[in-house]
Design a protein around this ligand. Structure first.
Ligand SMILES: [Fe+2]
Length: 238
């Protein structure tokens, strides 16, 4: 029996369950979901992928009455790191990104900390990074309490685009990993929504998301990389 609390599936601990403030930000035609994750006891908080609308984020931090102690970056695409540097400078806090993503992207700003899958504490919150490549070489998802922040890896309605066959095979393995690390009640908080509000139960996503129905990487890759997709249809998942 695995008694290491950092390696059990993402489970509900109602006594210390972090609060999630969902922040929908826009830039032209783009819409991202940023998150402020709050430990009510310590008043410590982390931001996930801050982008586009700094005023909206600062207002949320002020309203919550918390101290931002760090910024989690799921990956290096521009819409996920847009406000990384100014938010880090404003709150005087570190930015966390996987070492694989940093190496692949060359992303470099002051206060950037390269991380692996070792968990760590922020206030009373255990941050559990999971390396989930496929969309990019170093994508990470972050488990905090029963919440899973999935960036462009897993959406409620689909999964992130993959650049090639290797990426699609990696994405398949990453989605299997998220299945192993989640329970029915894990709440999924992606970087984008294509109809479903963030915070869906994993049981519902598992039931309805076609990309979680495959049982081998080759069938998955054939579907993920199927012909007929275009930039306009990138998020037409079926
Ligand atoms: Fe992305």
């Amino acid at each position: 029996m695995n008694e290491d609390p950092t390696r059990t599936p993402l489970a509900m601990d109602a006594s210390r369950e972090p609060g999630v403030v969902v922040l929908r930000t826009t830039h032209g035609k783009m819409t991202n979901y940023n998150y402020l994750v709050v430990d009510a006891t310590s008043r410590s908080a982390v931001l996930v992928d801050p982008s586009w609308q700094p005023g909206l984020i600062h207002d949320a931090v002020a309203l919550a009455g918390v101290r931002v102690d760090g910024i989690l970056l799921t990956h290096s695409h521009p819409d996920h790191i847009d406000l990384a540097l100014p938010m880090s400078a404003h709150y005087g806090c570190p930015l966390w990104m996987s070492s694989a993503e940093i190496a692949a992207s060359g992303f470099s700003v002051p206060a950037l900390v390269a991380i692996d899958e070792s968990p760590w504490m922020v206030g009373g919150m255990l941050i559990r990074p999971m390396l989930t490549p496929g969309h990019t070489p170093g994508c990470m998802c972050f488990g905090i309490g029963c919440n899973l922040f999935t960036g462009d890896v897993l959406f409620a309605e689909g999964c992130g685009i993959c650049p090639n066959l290797q990426g699609a095979h990696q994405m398949y393995e990453s989605l299997q990993k998220l299945r192993r690390e989640s329970t029915a009640d894990t709440r999924i908080y992606p970087g984008h929504s294509f109809g479903r509000v963030p915070g869906q139960r994993f049981a519902d996503v598992l039931h309805e998301n076609i990309y979680l129905q495959f049982n081998n990487k080759d069938d998955f890759a054939a579907f993920r990389l199927r012909r007929g997709q275009s930039r306009e249809k990138l998020f037409a998942f079926q």
